[in-house]
Design a protein around this ligand. Sequence first.
Ligand code: G1P
Ligand code: ZN
Length: 544
Amino acid sequence: MSPHITNVQTAPIVGQKPGTSGLRKKTPVFMGRHYLENFVQSIFDVVGAKGRTFILGGDGRYFNDRAAQVILRMAAANGAARVIVGQGAILSTPAASHLIRLNQTDGGIIMSASHNPGGPNEDFGVKFNMPNGGPAPEGVTEAMFQRTTTITEYKVLEAQDVDLGRIGRHDLGGMIVDVVNPVTDYAALMEALFDFPAIRAMFAGGFRMWMDSMCAVTGPYATEILENRLGAEKGTCVNAIPLPDFGGMHPDPNPTWAKALMDEMFSDAAPDFGAASDGDGDRNMVVGQGIYVSPSDSLAVLAANAHLAPGYKAGLKGVARSMPTSAAADRVADALGIGKYETPTGWKFFGNLLDAGKATICGEESFGTGSDHVREKDGLWAVLLWLNILAVRKQSVATILQEHWAKYGRNYYSRHDFEAIATDKADAMFAALRGSLAGLPGKAVDGMTVQAADDFAYADPVDGSVSIKQGVRVLFQDGSRIVYRLSGTGTEGATLRVYLERYAPGPDGLEHDAQDALAPVIRAAHALAGIAAYTGRTTPDVVT
Ligand code: G1P
Ligand code: ZN
């Protein structure tokens, strides 16, 4: 049978609204009749496929391999010239972003639901990244969504599967399919940014590390870079084989879900350094011997020390953080005399700043850090920058953090998540909270006085676009801060995120636990929003 194109009659499938992190649904929904096909056709209809070159890969979760074959057949039927695919349909999100840029392609399709569990009854996702390597902006995802509501047919090539296990060039009905090693180009980029000889010498000197890939996509990347190229001892990389169900793990690198790593790092046998990454490899958590590094502190330490890595030795253009992320990075930016930016939650807001050369390093409190080397956050990049800093400074993580706090002061920080709240209850709480904002300044709560309260709005300094209602902020006279947001990525009910921050200048209280230091702020957060009254919840489900 020679391959031929079929125009399959379909009908809109309602309710498939992609966010900027793409379309995420339960796997059986994606596997349902015409579902994946409708969305992929809508992507091609919006961005155009004829004569184009795309990158394709995913985090290896259940259905990744089958979805890749469907997407390839549809790309061919829609007239694409070439698709570059990671071997086995594997690509981490940052590696896909890099390949899009490196090959100057017309964008890429990434199959992932990030840190959400994978498996036949868990989550699957598809997202489109633009030629700059970053997630499609809202206008584009909105157009894709609109297209899914009017679609009547999709094009697919009737053909055999492409052998995605074999590296090299394949033909699919006249479209070139280049199967590439998913790690090679990414590892070369890391080698160009970081002082590999110094890190190698540190490992040779007995430095020990635990890298937990949580049975997700960074396994092959971490093994190649840390063990093969940097000489870390065998076994440094654990859970390093990507599995369709992530071995039953919830591949979200935080103290709750990466508990085995936390236990190890706080045990007597703790290695010098520990790290974990998420499903698609864009998130990271770093832990020192007996000390947890909050993502907000990690961003600040990376910004303060980035010049120690060859790729950043000329200094940073600026530092950007999401609004709920602590102000620790701002203090570093001020000390360095460089720009600082506060954006709404979500990586897409950093893209413009990076493209415009306003910022070099960006980060979010949600375990995301990255730089202008790609247009996504990058878990292994953060781990390698930490290793580079440790190798040059020859100090422990704990010492580096303590010296940082002594110099800049410490922003105690924590996020409390209340999951699967009934949506109407969460909405009622926010409506009341928003309604109370004007009356808050001057109000005393738990020994603190409210200085200002608002609903965060952001005017993009590059394209002038304005985003409103990005989170309620309450600022106190002593510099403490509470932020309330509803998650935009949850799949069940509403998730309330409460972000808590308190600033302690100078070397005061280095030994304090963040939850203890934040106790009054936590009480105030509950009192001001009436969390228990509206949601019935008194304790958070996840604390990071
Ligand atoms: C969460 C994080 C946010 C991150 C996003 C995608 O979004 O809080 O920082 O950019 O995942 O990884 P949320 O569920 O809070 O909307
Ligand atoms: Zn992710």
